[in-house]
Design a protein around this ligand. Structure first.
Ligand code: F6R
Length: 607
């Protein structure tokens, strides 16, 4: 999604702004631009990659100590230079960059056009620059506060005016913004990754905040000009953590990091001797945990797949009814929240707009809301009543991998926590923890098969369709495997509960159709054997993920990937790894951009 960087201070800003944009590339974008104050406001924009912007600015005068920059992910109007941000008013006195959507832009535009404003882009954002110019009377922050009362929609906004060359005014409603504090230099970004190389002291703006940045300081007020104080946070991620560390792609690095990130997720939270978990972030007493009557889990995409696994785990082991909802559906229907309902909200970024709004809706209906997020200080983390950080570290590849396995790890911990306050025995709790501690090493064994998986990828790289089948805990993994493949390779892929195949998808099976079957040795093993036979009888190609030493399904399969044995409830953490690697290799063989697949964004901050 769109990204914002801004700087005002005592050093040339152009290179820092462009480097900041590069750190936001992972969010997905299709054009970029920069504006620097030097005598007037100089704007440069380019379609495509940031390297194009560098080409456009080479040799140009971009000296200046205050500037803003943007990566755009098209919503209103195609990706081209005119629609790229920054946008300015007719005289180029006002320049803005904007994330979000101005819903009443057509009405505002009509009004402004009637008083002589000429618009050149198809965007909704351009109207903001003209509105500010229309109402400007010498003080930029006053003007921004005034015009925001006229605007409907969402914004993360940064504005400069030629008459106040050292000032950036920022405003937030529904689209994240973070302010970085430096020495005689202050920073603005839509994502802390953009400014991490410059400062680690940040404050997060809240919805309704307007911030004024100058080299001397930062003031935050409400849009009605009430002074506000915002807590200063120290960021403990460093730049190395968001770089590739010797891997050709972030996605591969993140797949290979999983033994560590899963350990980071459970470290300090398992109590091996007590067979229990310590999740202080939930801020719930034993009595409160026992009183939970129903759980609703809200999420989107990959996080939704983790949520589905959460349902299977919690219902089986803790006996609490769980409902998993797509956040986008939950927020617009009339969900029933009864007393005793706790709502878990799962989001890697903590900024997904549908998930955030669903969380707000759940709270309005009386639920306690608990966030499971990765990004510290994200909106969902801050707005939830309490929550658990999954500790996967920065995930840069657009396709989620390590965040998924960390989400699942946390859901496993949560399951034991809830179950031990109900019927789960001490011995069972101890056994689960023992097996969980072995998972990172078992993942290492699967990662060693990457070359073998590459060979399988070579066979199937040109197919048009793929079917993924699993039962029980492996059904959400089938969904996740199919999503991973389609989003980075653009091969159409579907995940199905294996038994559902005969209710429709079996019609698709022919010798050209690869079917990936996850058939680890759990309660559903005998049943899934039957499903494999059904595919075989129709000459479909079978790639199977089986437990080590398995014979019968392996003999029926065209390709076999073995994974180590574990408890059924932990197997998903293992089974998903070969599926991530298969998608990665297939996408790469097809020449696709695995880290930034087309049309996708890392943080989906629009509906
Ligand atoms: C898929 C993927 C997306 C996200 C979804 C929710 O690989 O990354 O499906 O899972 O957009 O994002 P978060 O978890 O940030 O709310």
């Amino acid at each position: 999604m769109c990204g914002i960087v801004g700087i005002t201070g005592n050093k040339p800003v152009a290179d820092i702004l462009i480097n900041g944009l590069k750190r936001l590339e992972y969010r997905g974008y299709d054009s970029s631009g920069i504006a620097v104050s030097n005598g007037g406001l100089n704007i440069f924009k380019a379609k495509g990659k940031i390297s194009e912007l560098e080409n456009v600015t080479r040799g140009e005068n971009l000296e200046g100590l205050t500037g803003i920059a943007h990566t755009r992910w098209a919503t209103h109007g195609p990706p081209n230079v005119i629609n790229a941000h920054p946008h300015c008013d007719g005289n180029c006195d006002v320049v803005i960059v904007h994330n979000g959507i101005i819903e009443n832009f057509t009405a505002l535009k009509t009004r402004l056009a009637a008083s002589g404003h000429e618009f050149i882009s198809d965007t909704d954002s351009e109207v903001l620059a003209h509105l500010i110019s229309e109402y400007y009377e010498g003080c930029l922050e006053d003007t921004v506060r005034k015009i925001l009362h006229l605007v409907e929609g969402t914004y993360g906004l940064a504005v400069m005016h030629a008459d106040e060359p050292e000032k950036i005014v920022a405003a937030r409603l529904g689209s994240p913004l973070v302010v970085g504090l430096g020495e005689e230099c202050n920073y603005l970004a839509s994502d802390v990754a953009a400014i991490l190389g410059e400062t680690k002291r940040v404050l997060y703006l809240k919805d309704g905040d307007v911030a004024v940045l100058t080299p001397d300081g930062v003031d935050v007020t409400s849009i009605d000009n009430v002074p506000l104080s915002r807590e200063i946070n120290e960021i403990n991620w460093d730049l190395d953590q968001i770089q590739k560390g010797g891997y050709p792609h972030f996605m591969l690095k993140e797949i290979f990091e999983q033994p560590k990130t899963i350990r980071d997720s459970f470290r300090g939270r398992i109590l091996p001797e007590l067979g229990d978990m310590k999740l202080d972030g939930l801020e719930m007493s034993d009595t409160e945990l026992r009183e939970i009557k129903r759980i609703v889990i809200l999420a989107c995409g990959t996080s939704w797949h983790a949520a589905l696994l959460g349902e299977y785990l919690i219902e089986e082991h803790a006996g609490i009814p769980v409902e998993v909802e797509y956040a986008s559906e939950f927020r617009y229907r009339s969900p029933v929240i009864e007393p005793g309902t706790v709502c878990f909200v799962i989001s890697q970024s903590g900024e997904t707009l549908d998930t955030l709004e669903a969380m707000r809706e759940a709270r309005r209906r009386g639920a306690k809301v608990l966030g499971l997020t990765n990004v510290v200080g994200s909106t969902i983390a801050r707005e939830s009543d309490a929550g658990i950080y999954i500790h996967a570290g920065p995930e840069i590849g657009v396709a989620s991998t390590k965040a998924f396995t960390s989400q699942v790890t946390i859901l496993l911990l949560l399951t034991v926590l809830l179950a031990r306050r109900r019927n789960m025995s001490l011995v069972r709790g101890q056994r689960i923890i023992k097996e969980l501690e072995l998972i990172p090493e078992k993942i290492n064994k699967i990662l060693e098969q990457s070359d073998k998986i590459l060979e399988i990828a070579k066979v199937y790289k040109d197919v048009a369709n793929f079917l993924y089948l699993g039962r029980g805990y492996n059904f959400p993994i089938a969904l996740e495997g199919a999503l991973k493949l389609k989003e980075i390779s653009y091969i159409h892929a579907e995940g199905y509960p294996a038994a559902e195949m005969k209710h429709g998808p079996i019609a698709l099976i022919d010798p050209d159709m690869p079917v990936l079957v996850i058939s680890t040795s759990d309660g559903s093993y005998q049943k899934i054997k039957g499903n494999v036979q059904e595919v075989k009888a129709r000459e479909g190609k079978i790639i199977s993920i089986v437990s080590e030493g398995e014979k019968e399904i392996s003999e029926m399969s065209d390709h076999v990937i073995e994974i180590p044995e574990s408890l059924n409830m932990l197997t998903p953490l293992l089974a998903v790894i070969p599926l991530q690697l298969l998608s990665y290799h297939i996408a790469l063989l097809r020449g696709e951009n695995v880290d930034q697949p087309r049309n996708l964004a890392k943080s989906v901050t629009v509906e």
